[in-house]
Write a protein that binds this ligand. Structure first.
Ligand SMILES: NC(=O)c1ccc[n+]([C@@H]2O[C@H](COP(=O)([O-])OP(=O)(O)OC[C@H]3O[C@@H](n4cnc5c(N)ncnc54)[C@H](OP(=O)(O)O)[C@@H]3O)[C@@H](O)[C@H]2O)c1
Length: 273
């Protein structure tokens, strides 16, 4: 049976870069909302020798995620899910950020887990913004509502961002959505560990992708505190994400892997001196 790797947000940026780091014996399914982008990604992957397929899916829609998971399972055994789909503060209003980044992660983890077997792995992409967010703003009681009462979850998590305006509101909603991703990936790791499904999250710093270019102005201070004073490259993150997803990393579970060039640690270090 063929092994299948599904990459949400695989039409561009870190998702596509991850596809290019996957072993060539895996069938790659790239997914996102824009078919033309996915078709271009498939063309690139085919040229590199991959068997790859495009399937549109909005991860903030549970039914579409379920259909995506069923489609992937029809191609073979789903061994890897990379959930790289996401929107940044410059791209969307607070509510959309929560529905795509946070609830999208719930739908992906839940719907794929129903069809995945022992030895498989899910990697949810968060952000180093989650580390910068003051801890007291992340309320785990609110986070838990995402599995029991979605609309209450959305209302509660937006209560602070809705007191702000413009980029500040979206920036806070983004940070909260990504803090949620880390929390939910860890929770999923314990819920799915008994089935042998490994779950981790990975938090990139400021990375040179379409999204990174949009955030470079607001997020510029994140570059100053990196060890090398630069943005990350999509291909560097692709390699890191593919490594976390690799079966040989079988003991890596329930943790967040921070791949931000030292930006968060650098902030503390700079403050100390
Ligand atoms: N670049 C950075 O500096 C940075 C830093 C920290 C974290 N991240 C995170 O890393 C991940 C990848 O971002 P990237 O930098 O590679 O940006 P990107 O190139 O913009 O990739 C994001 C992808 O997600 C897809 N997407 C957006 N909303 C979606 C939805 N509702 N359903 C399905 N797909 C959707 C987009 O395609 P469509 O628009 O066609 O759907 C796009 O291909 C994101 O989760 C982002 O939050 C990025």
């Amino acid at each position: 049976m063929k092994k299948v790797c599904v990459i949400t947000g695989g039409g561009s940026g870190m998702g596509l870069a991850t596809a290019k780091c996957m072993p060539k014996d895996k069938v790659i399914v790239v997914t996102g909302r824009t078919l033309s982008k996915l078709e271009n990604a498939v063309k690139e992957l085919n040229e590199l020798g991959y068997e790859a397929y495009a399937k549109t899916c909005d991860t903030s829609n549970r039914e579409q995620v379920r259909e995506l998971a069923e489609y992937a399972a029809s191609l073979g055994e789903i061994t890897n899910v990379i959930n790289s789909a996401g929107l940044s503060p410059a791209m969307a209003e607070p509510e959309k950020l929560i529905r795509v980044n946070a609830l999208g992660t719930v739908y992906v983890n839940q719907e794929f887990a129903k069809l995945m077997k022992a030895g498989s792995a899910i990697v949810d992409i968060s952000s180093n913004s989650a580390y910068i967010l003051p801890g007291f703003l992340a309320n785990e009681k609110t986070f838990a509502l995402a599995e029991t009462d979605e609309e209450k979850f959305v209302k509660k998590i937006l209560s602070l961002p809705n007191k702000l305006k413009g980029y500040k509101a979206s920036g806070l909603a983004y940070g909260l959505s990504k803090k949620f991703v880390i929390w939910y990936a860890a929770k999923s790791a314990y819920a799915l560990g008994e089935k042998g499904i490994r779950v981790c999250s990975l938090s990139p710093g400021l990375i040179s992708t379409d999204m990174g270019a949009l955030e470079a102005e607001e997020g510029g201070s994140l570059i100053e505190t990196t060890a090398e004073k630069r943005m990350g490259k999509a291909e560097e993150l692709g390699f890191a994400i593919a490594s976390v997803a690799d079966e040989r990393n079988g003991y890596l579970a329930g943790v967040d892997v921070l791949v931000d060039g030292g930006s968060v640690i650098g902030k503390k270090f700079v403050k100390k001196n």
